[in-house]
Design a protein around this ligand. Structure first.
Ligand SMILES: [Zn+2]
Length: 203
């Protein structure tokens, strides 16, 4: 399983941000798919203990269900961003439907300017419309925390060995990944700090 996104795929999609350009030893930690009542409060507590900030790519229909959790994310100083309204797969969806799903989420966070396509799946036609209004953010480090047949040790090792300055790391704010996340989040943050990384939410 690939932890890093191959360079040739990155080259095919020049308007997507896979990794940030930076002169500093900093990384961007991101959580997809919340807010989730069983998971988000635990993530917030862990980030607070470690005194770091992260970016939460949120799903519109869950924002509507759990607005209080969104308030807590913001109050803790984290960033929120658009992960579509109903988590559609762009490869299986017309351009019009896809764009309107993104816009429906955006209405819930009008000041946001970041979008991450669910599953990382988006077509060139969808990109050409969305890039006018949004920075389209994917990642260069994927921990596969949502897989059931992996181990916390493997997730942690993969993340640590692939992260470099400017890396965008994706983890998940959903129930499917929660067991793995609980095993690795604190260790991941502490190990990255030991390697000298700081955590940015400035996009
Ligand atoms: Zn997602």
């Amino acid at each position: 399983m690939l932890v890093q996104t191959p360079k040739f795929i990155q080259a095919l999609f020049p308007s997507i941000i896979w990794r940030k350009k930076t002169k500093n030893k900093e990384v961007w930690l991101t959580f997809d798919d919340g807010p989730t009542p069983e998971v988000t409060p635990w993530i917030l507590t862990t980030l607070k203990q470690e005194n770091i900030k992260a970016t939460f790519f949120l799903v519109g229909r869950q924002i509507e269900q759990y607005p209080k959790l969104v308030g807590e994310i913001i109050n803790e100083g984290h960033s929120i961003a658009n992960h579509s309204y109903s988590h559609k797969n762009g490869w299986l969806c017309s351009k019009e439907k896809y764009i309107s799903d993104v816009e429906k989420c955006q209405e819930l966070m009008p000041e946001n300017s970041l979008f991450r396509p669910p599953y990382g799946k988006i077509t060139k036609a969808q990109i050409s419309v969305l890039k006018v209004k949004y920075k389209i953010i994917l990642w260069d480090v994927l921990g596969w925390d949502f897989l059931q047949n992996t181990t916390p040790e493997k997730i942690l090792k993969d993340i640590l060995s692939n992260t470099k300055a400017g890396s965008i790391i994706v983890l998940h704010n959903n129930q499917k990944s929660f067991n793995n996340l609980q095993s690795i989040l604190e260790k991941t943050i502490k190990s990255l700090k030991e390697k000298g990384f700081s955590f940015s939410v400035t996009w």
